[in-house]
Design a protein around this ligand. Structure first.
Ligand SMILES: [Mg+2]
Length: 259
């Protein structure tokens, strides 16, 4: 069994007695732009270096923890945390199908949990802005955090500082396996922050990005990990519905996606 990294941050309780649980990456999956990429590209050291950092993570040349910290440090050198929050609230948009997807899950007793390598206060601020404070409060967020000093300097605080992932997302998934009747776990992701989760979901959905930055898709193909490509949560919803209603097995859904 893999080493379990010590978590410096608490976890919300896992959802007991559910048949299905949705776990989803936030940046670039629920949102149309990855907010950390957006900050690095526009407020930090720019897209060329950021993209190289992503590719170095994908090839194993750098850890996510170290490369991502460099990206965010380049933003923190130039902008306060509050400036970043205001810019993201202004500019970050949500996948057009996510609201309906979330409502359907809620009405069908399927919890939705955000599992992110971003920083909790930024995710919460943008989420509340997009779906309203009340809905936002009902969604658990398992992410990293931030330390803001009195002089305005800030830095990311990793959930799992001893792990090269910074936040090892498998730790949000694996405890469900220990339940006497584990739920079927759907995981949605798009990028290098999801590599730690990719192998562990029952059904992995990988976002088909128009910008060509399909790092999770490239990883899954390289590693032979079954997955379903999706363009928006509207498309994903019909696949999830067909599995939940028993009209399709997950294997049939994988086969259709590969077709
Ligand atoms: Mg992402």
């Amino acid at each position: 069994m893999a080493d379990v990294p010590e978590s410096t941050l608490p976890y919300p309780p896992i959802h007991q007695d559910k048949k299905f649980v949705v776990l989803s990456d936030w940046d670039g999956t629920i949102t149309t732009f990855d907010s950390n990429d957006y900050m690095t590209d526009n407020l930090g050291y720019g897209k060329v270096k950021r993209r190289q950092g992503n590719l170095d993570i994908l090839s194993g040349k750098a850890t996510f923890r170290d490369a991502f910290r460099e990206m965010l440090d380049s933003v923190a050198e130039r902008h306060t945390f509050e400036e970043c929050k205001a810019i993201l609230k202004r500019d970050i948009r949500m996948d057009a199908g996510f609201r309906d997807f979330y409502t359907w899950c809620k009405n069908n007793d399927i919890p939705v949990v955000i599992v992110s390598s971003g920083m909790a206060p930024l995710i919460r601020a943008v989420l509340s802005n997009l779906i309203g404070e009340e809905n936002s409060k009902q969604i658990d967020i398992v992410s990293n955090d931030v330390k803001v000093d009195s002089n305005g300097k800030w830095q990311i605080m990793y959930r799992h500082p001893t792990s090269g992932f910074g936040h090892d997302k498998s730790r949000a998934i694996l405890p469900y396996r220990d339940l006497s009747e584990p739920p079927m776990l759907f995981f949605f992701g798009d990028g290098v922050s999801d590599l730690s989760a990719a192998r562990h979901a029952d059904v992995l959905f990988v976002k088909d990005k128009e910008d060509g930055e399909n790092d999770l898709a490239a990883y899954c193909v390289r590693e032979g990990i079954p997955h379903i490509m999706f363009k928006s949560f509207s498309n994903a919803l019909s696949v999830v519905q067909s599995i939940v209603r028993g009209e399709k097995t997950k294997e049939e859904a994988f086969a259709l996606s590969a077709a």
